[in-house]
Write a protein that binds this ligand. Structure first.
Ligand SMILES: C[S@@+](CC[C@H](N)C(=O)[O-])C[C@H]1O[C@@H](n2cnc3c(N)ncnc32)[C@H](O)[C@@H]1O
Length: 440
């Protein structure tokens, strides 16, 4: 019975792929609509693709009522779950990701929000103080004095807003503003200082904030209309029950519910180098009143610009070789890859071993949150270490099989326009990704 269901799923996905080999690339079909445009986050998934996959599973598997994304990031899966009225659990170590998900799944009062925005913008205009309201290590490196003054004005004005739900939308808009006006290059997610001629041309933080806020309000109107059209809007909120948790998934996750379908893209394992979600989020988080993030729990994450990445999967290389010894039995592909890397640079195997060990720990916790026979759709990128491709798709499959999960299907897709800065080395290393479908 269950095997027949697996086959039906494969068949339907095959039908799409056989009509058009590049079907799952979503070339020219991927857009950032409604809540998917509220934040630009590193390595976001393609919403339309995840949405279509969800629909395939809803059609062929009975009783899917809830989705979990244990590496939820900006909440692409969340946005698609909400559109279908499905309950949702999102986990991420990064508080900025959690803020984005809180806004996406929060109340939608666009009219009230527009009124509150007018008041906010008036307060901003009326504040002529040059006081700098924030102080943190590196503030003078990452922001010009004028930008600090303007960001402080926005910060103080947001603090005056009495409703937390509205402040959250404002903080999220401020977070995108901070990325646009800081002295770090936009061509990389790492904190990397701009040339001084570019710093001189930094735009006004207040003007950028106003533009982003107005755009975000339009996106929220769009989201509300779509939820209403899909009949999943209950007054001013989606009918989905949403649970968000700011935690490290390789530690025990306390939660009573279990979920029917997992859709997720874990990090590539290069959080210290090319895709540092933490460094990307560090400056925005410094200008936000963190108390407004309901689910924020890990205080030491904001200690310095490397803290989030350090606590993320593979962030610490401590005992890496011991970890490899513990894990190697579970994945042949990992062992082969480690051998190849060892020949080129023995030191580099630590990165891979630590990452896969942490990922494996996370999988134990994540599987606990899934119902029996729940399907998992993992979007995986094969990065390179010492110029050797790390077959994360094969390793993930082997890790899951070692825990008793079943392989169902795999889709290969080219990444036509993933928001991976073309100028950094990521696209050289990851230009395609795999969608691995497994069953618990
Ligand atoms: C590829 S991104 C997810 C992007 C998401 N699919 C989207 O569309 O925005 C991977 C996420 O894993 C998170 N992450 C890394 N290590 C983690 C850990 N140990 N526990 C929980 N989340 C972690 C990162 O903060 C990042 O948001």
């Amino acid at each position: 019975m269950i095997l027949e269901q697996d086959q039906n799923l494969c068949k339907i996905i095959d039908t799409y792929s056989s009509k058009d080999k590049a079907y799952w690339s979503f070339r020219g079909r991927a857009q950032r609509l409604h809540c998917h445009d509220l934040i630009h986050y590193p390595a976001m998934m393609v919403p339309e693709m995840q949405g279509e996959l969800i629909d395939v599973f809803l059609e062929k598997v009975k009783n899917i009522q809830s989705i979990i994304d244990p590496f939820v990031g900006s909440g692409t899966t969340l946005g698609e779950a909400l559109l279908r009225g499905l309950d949702f659990c999102g986990i991420d170590i990064n508080p900025l990701a959690i803020l984005a998900c809180e806004v996406k799944s929060g109340v939608l009062y666009p009219k009230k929000l527009s009124e509150k925005s007018k008041i906010l913008l008036k307060n901003i205009t009326d504040d002529n103080s040059e006081e700098i309201s924030k102080n943190f290590f590196g503030i003078d490196k990452w922001f010009t004095k004028q930008t600090q003054i303007e960001l402080s004005i926005i910060y103080r004005s947001i603090k005056k807003e009495p409703s937390k739900w509205a402040r959250k939308v404002f903080w999220l808009s401020l977070s995108s503003t901070v990325r646009s006006v800081c002295n770090s290059r936009s061509s990389t997610y790492k904190l990397h200082i701009k040339p001084s001629k570019d710093i001189k041309n930094t735009p006004s933080a207040i003007l950028i904030f106003e533009k982003i806020l107005k755009k975000n309000i339009l996106k929220m109107i769009e989201q509300k209309q779509l939820l209403a059209k899909n009949k999943v809007l209950n007054r001013n909120k989606s009918i989905s029950k949403v649970f968000l948790k700011n935690t490290n998934s390789s530690k025990f996750i306390k939660h009573n519910n279990k979920y029917d379908l997992l859709i997720s893209s874990p990090p590539y394992g290069d959080n210290q180098t090319t895709v540092p979600y933490g460094q990307f989020s560090y400056l925005p988080l410094k200008w936000i009143d963190i108390k407004d993030i309901n689910n924020f729990s890990e205080k030491n994450l904001l200690n310095n610009q490397n803290s989030i990445d350090f606590y993320s999967l593979g962030g610490s290389l401590k005992n890496a070789l011991k970890k490899f010894e513990l894990i190697k039995i579970k994945s042949k592909s990992l062992v082969q890859c480690v051998q190849k890397i060892h020949k080129i640079n023995p030191n580099n195997i630590k990165k891979l071993a630590s990452f896969i060990y942490d990922l494996d720990q996370s999988l134990n916790n994540i599987l606990n949150l899934l119902n029996k026979n729940a399907y998992m759709i993992w979007t995986l990128g094969n990065r390179r270490i010492s110029n050797i491709e790390v077959p994360l798709d094969k390793i993930m499959r082997e890790l899951l099989e070692a825990k008793g999960c079943q392989y169902v299907y795999q889709i290969e897709r080219e990444i036509p326009c993933k928001k991976m800065a073309k100028r950094n080395s990521v696209t050289k290393t990851i230009s395609s990704e795999s969608i691995l479908i497994m069953r618990k």
